[in-house]
Design a protein around this ligand. Structure first.
Ligand code: MN
Length: 561
């Protein structure tokens, strides 16, 4: 969709553009530009992604409620409820702030999706963020840091999962100089000429490759060079002792070919020209990366002894890896996050893959299906709510949770000493059902003991357990129990599975405190949580070994609780 064209007509987009220009007419960006420039760039990005007119229109209006005297009612009355809904959604997201706690990042990403209710709201937020990042230099340094951090930790990964790899990489690159100014300068000084040198070099070998391919009757659809982004180069350099000589894919040579057979043939031809380095041929077509990425990679000793990485794939694979699908994130994250390293696997967890799959389904429907807007409705967090502490931390709770559940989730002592709760600054009863985005403040009183009545309304296991324990302790009947170990098992559903598992556990003389099982994902998977009354990790690891040998077990992890 061409935005210039749309603005010239007197349709919805043109009307909102005019309206926004008028509403913000006395405002300037910190960069000195008229405020409207920001709105225009936001709308342009949305149009560029092929989004519908209402979304582009909402792009023009996205800052009106927050920054001008225009109200949501005005917008609804003038431009309809849907545009109003989108603008309202972006306004709400604007209030969410990430304060740099890594443990919170995933919750916030989920919360953004849950709050948005409609992916188009997220797209507008991303377009807004992209332009804000491009103009970040106009802001005071403290703000630059906060916004850059939020962009790297929240919005770039979010874009990645939505399959917007291009945007995600760009956001990372825009944030990088603000977060790592010294490292950025170092990279510029040490790599800039190398990039240029590399591209010049690859241009020289391009005709050689083309000629050899043509002689074999293979016509590449296109050949291009892909320069590694600074932000990802930096991550990789850290793993290679900052030795740039070891980075062979600084600029990769990419060949896009019509069909799979020809991909293999093309790799053979490249190897005939130049010898491959041992162990550097990767067939991600026969064995896709865990995230679904498909391509052939090979690294060869090229003209003049230079080492070059070739990536060979079909157009479909290329499109998938480039923009469409959320294919890369799980693997890339797997390589970098601590949690994964500790698990010692570069495999995404099933629930994350499931998340990607759902996004992938949308992406497919997106643009093809006439009703694609319905496919953008976010409903997979329907059974979760995200409540917020007065300090802005997000607490992930099951639907139906109460302030007491919230209190225990924060800390056992906060739960025990809870006497009252405020939700959005109003006192509510303790059995109040929380809703997403509620700001919850727990009022405590020193040495207060929990009430047995709470057991009638709390719904989280933690609250139930702690309340019962405290009551028993008060009655003098409670001895401090051993801690328990929770096993989380993901398995294909089959008859007798739970029985097989529980008999392994009881044969090891471990009592089961409780067990539950829920359907998981789209397939025939079940997630089981089994609490074992032991803190003996040696015993547990033997049990895990045995359970792993059962048929259909996909994943098992344990934690002390
Ligand atoms: Mn904005």
């Amino acid at each position: 969709m061409d935005l210039d064209q749309l603005i010239k007509t007197d349709g919805l987009v043109a009307q909102t553009a005019k309206f926004a220009k008028e509403a913000h007419k006395d405002q300037k960006r910190l960069s000195g530009e008229p405020y409207f420039s920001h709105l225009l760039e936001t709308a342009k990005a949305l149009a560029g992604w092929g989004l519908d007119e209402k979304t582009v229109a909402a792009g023009f209006l996205h800052d009106t409620i927050e920054d001008t005297s225009v109200t949501l009612e005005d917008i609804k009355a003038k431009f309809g409820p849907e545009v109003g809904f989108l603008v309202d959604g972006v306004t709400k997201l604007g209030k969410l702030k990430y304060r740099g706690r890594e443990s919170q990042a995933e919750n916030i990403r989920k919360m953004i999706l849950a709050m948005a209710e409609d992916l188009r709201v997220v797209f507008i937020k991303l377009a807004d963020r992209e332009h804000n990042m491009k103009t970040l230099s106009a802001l005071p340094p403290v703000k630059q840091k906060r916004i850059a951090l939020e962009t790297t930790e929240i919005y770039a990964p979010l874009a990645y999962r939505l399959g917007m790899q291009q945007l995600s990489g760009e956001l990372e690159d825009l944030a990088f100089p603000y977060l790592y100014p010294q490292e950025y300068r170092w990279l510029l000084e040490n790599t800039k000429y190398r990039y240029e040198e590399r591209v010049e070099y690859l241009k020289k070998i391009k005709p050689l490759v083309e000629k050899a391919l043509n002689e074999a009757g293979i016509i590449p659809l296109f050949i291009d060079f892909r320069a590694k982004r600074y932000s990802s180069l930096y991550k990789k350099l850290k793993r290679y002792d900052m030795d740039i000589e070891k980075i062979h894919d600084l600029v990769a040579f990419r060949i896009i070919i019509k069909n799979i057979e020809d991909c293999y043939a093309a790799m053979g031809i490249v190897h005939k020209l130049w010898p491959p380095l041992p162990g550097r041929i990767k067939d991600y077509i026969a064995m896709p990366k865990p995230n679904g990425y498909r391509s052939l990679h090979t690294t060869v000793m090229c003209l003049g002894g230079q080492i070059v990485e070739f990536q060979i794939r079909t157009e479909e694979m290329h499109r998938e890896s480039e923009n469409g699908l959320a294919a890369h994130w799980a693997y890339e994250e797997a390589k970098t996050t601590k949690e994964y390293r500790e698990r010692g696997a570069s495999r995404a967890r099933p629930q994350e893959i499931e998340w990607v799959n759902r996004l992938r389904t949308w992406q497919k429907e997106f643009g093809e299906d006439e009703n694609f807007l319905n496919a953008l409705k976010i409903d997979f967090f329907r059974d979760r709510i995200f409540a917020i502490t007065p300090k802005g931390e997000v607490v992930d709770l099951p639907d139906g949770a109460t302030p007491v559940d919230f209190a225990y989730q924060i800390h056992t002592a906060v739960g025990h000493e809870c006497v009252a709760a405020k939700v959005n600054q109003k006192i509510v009863p303790l059995d109040y059902k929380l809703r997403s985005q509620d700001i919850v403040e727990i009022i405590t009183q020193k040495n207060k003991k929990p009430s047995a009545d709470w057991l009638k309304f709390v719904i989280t296991a933690k609250a139930k357990y702690e309340i019962s324990a405290a009551i028993k302790a008060k009655q003098g009947t409670f001895r401090r129990k051993e801690r328990q170990t929770e096993l989380k098992i993901i398995a294909e559903d089959r008859l007798g599975l739970l029985k097989d598992i529980s008999s392994i556990i009881s044969r090891s003389h471990i009592n089961i405190a409780n067990a539950n099982s829920s359907l998981f994902g789209k397939g025939n998977f079940h997630q089981m949580k089994i609490r074992c009354e032991t803190e003996d990790q040696e015993k547990i690891s033997k049990v895990i070994m045995k359970i792993k040998s059962l048929k259909g077990i996909r994943e098992i992890e344990s934690r002390l609780i």
